[in-house]
Design a protein around this ligand. Structure first.
Ligand code: SF4
Length: 281
């Protein structure tokens, strides 16, 4: 799979997955800000028909609907199951996520009614940033999510220093200790933090799952579930049909994602929310 959307890659994807067509909009940028991804989705649909699943990824449900509501409604009416990962960290409008909405979960109610229920939505608390994350902020957000009927949260920790040079350069100016390897930001801290989040969310009826990146925590944190960001079983349950599952190696080690086709492109940081921690830009 490449780093940019190319319609000509779709037939190869189709050969691999058969009827289990699942499109991500998108893991590579935010469809609330980069409108081109909707044209890409439209191009796939016009050439190859409505897919089994469309999964939206956004920090701004209202913004995403502003651009994509019509196409999503058309797909839903054609039988596509619409699901979404809505990322809300409580940092929208701050220097961490300067162009993301400062009002949490804005537009999510409309997205829920478009998709057909709150069970179509996962709340991502991603990334958990050492020294910036606050349990009371998480609790407040969890209350709002629960009020919307959301019962699933996916958490992901900030990628540690040393992996992405460009991100390290940005973060070293804002996170004291980052360039020294962020002492204290270790497995024990992550496990303790995850346990607190599982407990706080659980009190509100929200389950918490960790992405492959944090799979080392699964054995250490009671109640923490394993997340697949493209969750085949979830798609089957919501759509009421199982078109089978193509073999895939996933995005990274331990990743349980179903084989997906992404209509986005990397390199859009300036056009996107300009998050300080972004490594997709
Ligand atoms: S700037 Fe990066 S981290 Fe922020 S929403 Fe866009 S792709 Fe995601």
């Amino acid at each position: 799979m490449g780093f940019v959307f190319r319609l000509e890659d779709y037939p190869r994807y189709l050969e691999r997955v058969g009827e289990a067509t699942y499109l991500d909009v998108t893991r590579r940028t935010d469809p609330a800000r980069v409108v081109k991804v909707w044209d890409n989705l439209q191009a796939v649909v016009e050439s190859y028909g409505a897919p089994w699943v469309v999964q939206l990824w956004t920090k701004d449900a209202a913004g995403a609907l502003g651009h994509g509501e019509r196409i999503l409604e058309g797909l839903r009416d054609a039988g596509t199951t619409i699901v979404a990962h809505v990322t809300v960290t409580g940092l929208g409008g701050t220097p961490w996520e300067p162009l993301a909405p400062s009002t949490p979960f804005q537009g999510v109610e409309d997205l829920i009614s478009l998709a057909g229920g709150a069970d179509h939505i996962k709340w991502r608390y991603d990334p958990v940033i050492p020294t910036v994350h606050r349990l009371d902020t998480f609790r407040r957000l969890a209350e709002q999510a629960a009020g919307l009927g959301i019962t699933r949260c996916v958490l992901n920790f900030l990628v540690p220093p040393g992996r992405y040079k460009r991100v390290d350069a940005r973060l070293s100016g804002s996170l004291p200790g980052w360039s020294k390897g962020m002492p204290g930001y270790d497995a024990a801290w992550r496990a303790q933090t995850a346990a607190e989040l599982v407990e706080a969310a659980g009190e509100l009826g929200i389950s918490v799952a960790a992405c492959a990146e944090s799979s080392d925590l699964l054995d250490r944190v009671d109640g923490l579930q394993s997340a697949a960001c493209g969750e085949h079983a979830w798609f089957v349950a919501l759509s009421g049909r199982d078109p089978g599952r193509a073999r895939t190696s996933g995005s990274r080690k331990g990743c349980g994602c179903a084989a997906y086709f992404d209509v986005g492109m990397y390199g859009q940081w300036r056009n996107c929310h300009q998050c300080l921690y972004c490594y997709a830009g």
